[in-house]
Ligand binder design. Structure first.
Ligand code: HEM
Length: 424
């Protein structure tokens, strides 16, 4: 069991007092039972706890359901723009900090507030609203079936590296009109971009080149994909803004969907009660997906909001320039909305905060669900007798302060029902 700081400031005196032995946030995501860690943290601090992001860098972890709605909805007090982060301005956060890939400000929808945010956000909402659901489902089904066909004859596979990590990018790429060869090329560029082999800049350049080529091609041959929707949107004023909108959709979407697919498959393979309810028809696939979002939201902790003035939240004094982390996993488990273990996960209850709330709420909930549902359904359908080939408690996690995603899900199966057209 991980230990949590016993630091417990007197409630009548919510002073701004950064203690010396704060809980490192990665300790919570890395625990066998993160919920236990959040529960103990809540006992010590209440709904808003001071935690450590990296040595010497502190943040408020917002664990109350109500408080999380407050910080996501009140953008006049809680900004999304990291340039308001005092510790970054003061040099407490090093320019080489591992926090910056997730937290540094970028000139896109994610880092914008107010009218500028609405200008950049509208094209995403309009583009998503125009997606042809039936066609998108067919495209995702074909991505999933082809991947399963590639490993089906071996009788074993790793559902994370050979499936869950690949489906999201190829599927989102298909929403932008990229075919599977172009999608695979985009994937290779992304692997180079995030890899450590020294070809990261080439990867980045190639990634953007593929998207620019797609934009220019659609300029001449418009169709009904997301690329064309961005080209035609009056809010986007330049090729650079259209490119940024594509990049932000692809980069925000792939990890979240990977985590959602992996968590749902892991629950099916490791939790007999969950599997029995699903196979016995007592839990529909959509309800199973929501149960996974309640229990293991893809972003356990989401960066961030920055206080624009001194204020009070959950009995704590928040100072201007403080950083607040959205404690999504903890807020989903807040006793105020979840008086007992099963109460919030009732089938049909989608009040979880996995997609956040307020103006920055995830704009892609519908396509994210479509991709995840299709990936889970296709695996269930084509690999009906798959079984985990390691003990459930040996599933290892890829960890960061923000997420916990299975490293691998090795399975074995006797037969795969691959449709003839996809069989290799
Ligand atoms: C097709 C897949 C997805 C795409 C294209 C996508 C795209 C995006 C984008 C562009 C934003 C920024 C919106 C803004 O700042 O106004 C965003 C926010 C967010 N997304 Fe998604 N997303 C996808 C899947 C997911 C999934 C599966 C989850 C988790 C279940 C998720 C959770 C979130 C959260 C928590 C935020 C909000 C952040 C905040 O309040 O700061 N997304 N998403």
């Amino acid at each position: 069991m991980n230990s949590v700081s016993p630091h417990s400031p007197p409630p009548e005196c919510p002073v701004h007092d950064y203690g010396t032995d704060l809980l490192p946030l990665s300790t919570a995501t890395g625990a066998t039972e993160p919920r236990e860690v959040y529960r103990r943290l809540r006992e010590d601090w209440g709904n808003v706890a001071k935690v450590e992001l990296e040595p010497g860098v502190h943040a408020w972890l917002v664990m109350g359901y109500r408080e999380l709605l407050t910080i996501t909805r009140q953008e006049q007090v809680y900004s999304r723009d990291a340039r308001n982060w005092r510790d970054l301005k003061d040099g407490v956060v090093s320019p080489r900090s591992g926090l910056l890939p997730m937290m540094a400000w970028r000139a896109n929808v994610v880092g914008a507030d107010g009218p500028e945010h609405r200008r950049l956000r509208q094209p995403l909402d309009d583009g998503v609203a125009r997606i042809d659901q039936r066609r998108a489902r067919r495209q995702v089904e074909s991505v999933c079936t082809e991947l399963i066909a590639e490993f089906s004859q071996h009788g074993r596979a790793d559902l994370v590296s050979e499936y869950a990590t690949i489906v999201p990018l190829l599927s989102i790429a298909s929403l932008f009109g990229l075919d599977s060869t172009e999608g695979q090329e985009l994937r290779r560029a992304l692997i180079a971009l995030f890899g450590s082999a020294g070809d990261s800049q080439d990867g980045n350049r190639h990634f953007e080149e593929i998207l620019i080529d797609t934009l220019r091609e659609r300029q001449n041959n418009p169709t009904d994909d997301l690329t064309t929707a961005f080209i035609n949107h009056p809010n986007l004023n330049s090729e650079a803004e259209r490119l940024q909108s594509m990049v932000v959709m692809i980069s925000s979407g792939t990890e979240g969907v990977n985590a959602w697919i992996s968590h749902t498959l892991r629950l099916m393979l490791t939790d007999p009660r969950f599997a029995a309810r699903l196979h016995g028809g007592r839990l529909g696939v959509d309800d199973a997906l929501d149960e996974a979002l309640w229990r293991d939201p893809p972003m356990n902790n989401m960066p961030a909001r920055y206080a624009l003035r001194d204020t009070e939240l959950g009995g704590r004094l928040i100072r201007r320039g403080d950083v607040l982390i959205l404690g999504i996993a903890a807020a989903n488990d807040d006793p105020a909305i979840r008086p007992d273990e099963d109460s919030a996960g009732d089938p049909g209850n989608r009040a979880h905060l996995a997609f956040s709330a307020g103006p920055h709420v995830c704009p892609a909930q519908v396509p994210a669900r479509l991709i995840t549902r299709t990936a889970v359904n296709t695996a269930l359908h084509l690999l009906p007798d798959m079984m985990l080939s390691i003990p459930a408690d040996k599933v290892a996690w890829r960890l960061s302060p923000w997420t916990r995603v299975p490293v691998s899900l090795p399975v074995q199966f006797s037969a795969a029902r691959i449709p003839i057209r996809s069989a290799r």
